[in-house]
Write a protein that binds this ligand. Structure first.
Ligand code: FE2
Ligand code: FE2
Length: 283
């Protein structure tokens, strides 16, 4: 598989572009980003909530640059916008020609009222459907049930685009349950092409060196992995071809590899530095 290259656009946006040929699927454009680590405060916050948000902002100003330096990714002056500005820019960029948007987790640095309010405001007028899966930074905390963000806590989500199904799988605790596997098998039995979206990537033959260096925290198939999680990875491999791609985040640097022949895994880099993936899918 040929790896994509970064293209820097005005507004500090960094795009990696891919083509996924899928016979029988009408041409679609899909955008995917993750790890925006929003740490928002607003006029409704208490002083303590504001302080926590400010600490998050300060921490990630350094953290995002450290990831970019360590993994040889661009970190230009134009990219040094706030997490909120990047999030708004990426959503706007995706809305220009996207048929759907996938958010692969850690959109928030932590779940808070202000972060949920910001998300609602930014996503309210999105002209296309979106799927957001839970990151490890979002697996705790109260999310109002009627919020646009509440769906991230569903173990398996489905976004049906007609001739292509996007399936969001919550693996934010580095674990998959037997119930999630059963649901995935049900969806695959429909026979339609599927794209899987999740937060924690899988260590593959193509990325094992870098993921081993990163540590167990960064992969789904870690040394203490349980049988249901291993079964999930086997389901993906057995259905390579029908599953046309796996999208993930969490690493804070881009990674393209294959889970199995005909089953690519695309890990998006950090949204908090303006990074987004674009896929042209279809015949
Ligand atoms: Fe993250
Ligand atoms: Fe993460």
């Amino acid at each position: 598989m040929e790896n994509s290259k970064n293209t820097l656009l005005p507004g500090g946006i960094v795009v990696r572009s891919y083509r996924i040929p899928v016979p029988g699927v009408r041409k679609k454009v899909l955008y995917h980003f993750s790890d925006s680590h929003l740490s928002v405060y607003d006029e409704l916050c208490t002083p303590e909530e504001r302080q926590r948000a400010e600490e998050g902002i300060t921490g990630w100003e350094k953290g995002r640059e450290a990831f970019a330096r360590a993994y040889h990714q661009p970190c230009t002056k134009e990219q040094k916008l706030s997490a909120e500005d990047h999030f708004g820019n990426l959503v706007y960029h995706a809305s220009m020609d996207g048929d759907a948007l996938v958010l692969c987790g850690d959109v928030f640095d932590y779940v808070s009222g202000a972060n949920v309010r910001f998300f609602e405001m930014e996503m309210a007028d999105l002209p296309m459907p979106f799927l957001a899966v839970c990151g490890n930074h979002e697996s705790e905390g109260f999310i109002p049930e009627d919020s646009l963000f509440a769906k991230v806590r569903n173990p398996v989500q489905v976004l049906d685009l007609g001739d292509l199904i996007l399936v969001g799988v919550d693996n934010s605790r580095r674990q998959i349950t037997p119930a999630q596997n059963a649901k995935l098998r049900e969806i695959l039995a429909l026979g339609k092409p599927v794209i899987i979206a999740m937060h924690i990537p899988i260590m593959t033959e193509g990325n094992w060196r870098v993921l081993l260096e990163c540590g167990d925290y960064f992969r789904l198939n870690h040394p203490d992995v349980d049988t249901a999680t291993l079964e999930f990875i086997e389901i993906l491999k057995e259905n390579a071809g029908q599953i046309v791609a796996v999208l993930a985040g969490h690493l804070h640097f881009p990674d393209d590899s294959e889970i199995a022949p005909r089953l690519p895994q695309f890990v998006s880099s950090q949204g908090i530095l303006g990074c987004i993936n674009r896929y042209e899918i279809g015949g």
